[in-house]
Design a protein around this ligand. Structure first.
Ligand code: DGY
Length: 324
C-alpha cells in the first residue's frame, strides 16, 4: 500500500543483490559510495527513516536519534555493536540487531593467522627479503616462537574464542587456557580443549594471548601497562576484537623494549588511524580490521542484517537477532 512502506537508510555500499531485497518491502535510501558520515549527516539521514542498516563506522547515540521520531530499528552489520549507544536506543524504543555466529569461524581463522604471522615473523621476514637483505641462509635468521605445543591464552570465550581454542588444541596440540566473564560448561570446555583460569594466571602462562572479548567501558584498556608487565617477554599478543581493549602506547613500549616479543593487530583504538609508534615497529603485524572479511562471510553478515531489519520492522519473513 503506497505510503505505508517503511523507509530505510543503508549507510554504506554493501552487496547490491542482498540489500536489494529490502526494496520488496521498503523504500530504500542507500548510500552509493563508501562515506565517512559525521554525526550531523547521520542525524539527517535518520530524520525520515523507520529503519537503518549500518556498519561499525556509524556511531549512533542520543544526538543522532534526537530528530528521528519514526526510527524503530537499527540493524548493525557486525557482531560488535559498540558503535551503538544501546541505553539511548532503549530509551527511544528502538530495536538494535547484530550479526553473531555467521562470522565466528572466519574471524577465528584471522586470529590464528595473525598469531602465526607474528610469532613466526612472517610479514617481517617478507619485508626483509623484498628489501634484498637476504645474503645467505643462516641458522639465526628470523628466529621466532613455536605455535605447536605452546600455551595459548584466550581472553573472551564466545564463539570466536571457542573457534580459536579448537584450532589451537585440535590442530596444533596447544595447551589452551581461557578467561571469561563466566566459566563455560565442562562439556564445552572438553569439546574445545580449554581450561578456565583467572586473569593473572592467563597473562602469566600464555605463550600467545588472543583477545576476543567485547569492548565496553568495563573492558577499556584491560590490557594496559600493568597487564603487559605480567606477560612473558617471549609472548605474542593478538587482538581481533576492538582496539580500545589495549593501551596502545603501553603495547608499543613493551614491543620496542623487548618486554613482549610480538603482536598481531587487526583493530585499533582510533581506526582507521594507526599510531605511528606501532607503524614504526618491526615486530607487529598490522591488518586493517579484516577479521570477518571473506566474501562468503561478509555476504552472510549482510544477509542476516537485512533479514534482521525486515523482521524488526515487521515486514520480513524471518526472526531477528536483537542486540538490546
Ligand atoms: C564485527 O562484526 O564486530 C567485526 O569487527 C566487523 O567485521
Amino acid at each position: 500500500m503506497a505510503g505505508s512502506r517503511p523507509r530505510v537508510w543503508v549507510s554504506q555500499p554493501l552487496f547490491d543483490d542482498i540489500v536489494g531485497q529490502l526494496a520488496a518491502h521498503c523504500d530504500v535510501d542507500a548510500v552509493a559510495e563508501v562515506t565517512e558520515h559525521d554525526p550531523a549527516a547521520i542525524a539527517a539521514a535518520l530524520r525520515e527513516a523507520d529503519g537503518a542498516l549500518v556498519t561499525l563506522n556509524e556511531r549512533i547515540g542520543a544526538q543522532e536519534l534526537a530528530g528521528a521520531p519514526r526510527l524503530r530499528a537499527i540493524a548493525n552489520v557486525g557482531v560488535g555493536y559498540n558503535n551503538l549507544d544501546i541505553p539511548a536506543l532503549d530509551a527511544a524504543g528502538i530495536v538494535a540487531t547484530n550479526t553473531p555466529e555467521v562470522l565466528s569461524e572466519t574471524t577465528a581463522d584471522l586470529g590464528f593467522a595473525l598469531l602465526m604471522a607474528a610469532a613466526r615473523r612472517i610479514t617481517e621476514s617478507e619485508r626483509w627479503l623484498r628489501e634484498g637483505r637476504w645474503k645467505q641462509w643462516s641458522f639465526s635468521t628470523m628466529l621466532g616462537a613455536d605455535i605447536h605445543g605452546s600455551t595459548l591464552g584466550i581472553l573472551g570465550m564466545g564463539r570466536i574464542g571457542q573457534g580459536i581454542a579448537r584450532r589451537g588444541h585440535h590442530g596444533f596440540g596447544m595447551k589452551v587456557l581461557y578467561h571469561n566473564r563466566s566459566r563455560l560448561p565442562e562439556t564445552v570446555e572438553r569439546r574445545v580443549g580449554a581450561r578456565y583460569v583467572d586473569f593473572d594466571t592467563l597473562l602469566a602462562q600464555a605463550d600467545h594471548l588472543v583477545l576476543v572479548l567485547p569492548y565496553s567501558p568495563a573492558s577499556h584498556h584491560l590490557i594496559d601497562a600493568a597487564a603487559l608487565a605480567k606477560m612473558k617477554p617471549t609472548a605474542t599478543l593478538v587482538n581481533v576484537a576492538r582496539g580500545g581493549l589495549v593501551d596502545e602506547p603501553a603495547l608499543a613500549d613493551v614491543l620496542a623494549h623487548g618486554r613482549l616479543a610480538a603482536a598481531g593487530l587487526d583493530v585499533y583504538e582510533g581506526e582507521p588511524a594507526v599510531r605511528p609508534e606501532l607503524l614504526a615497529l618491526r615486530n607487529v603485524v598490522l591488518t586493517p580490521h579484516i577479521g570477518s572479511a571473506s566474501l562468503a562471510t561478509r555476504r552472510a553478515m549482510v544477509q542476516l542484517a537485512v533479514d534482521n531489519l525486515l523482521a524488526a520492522l515487521g515486514v520480513g519473513p524471518r526472526a531477528g537477532h536483537p542486540a538490546n
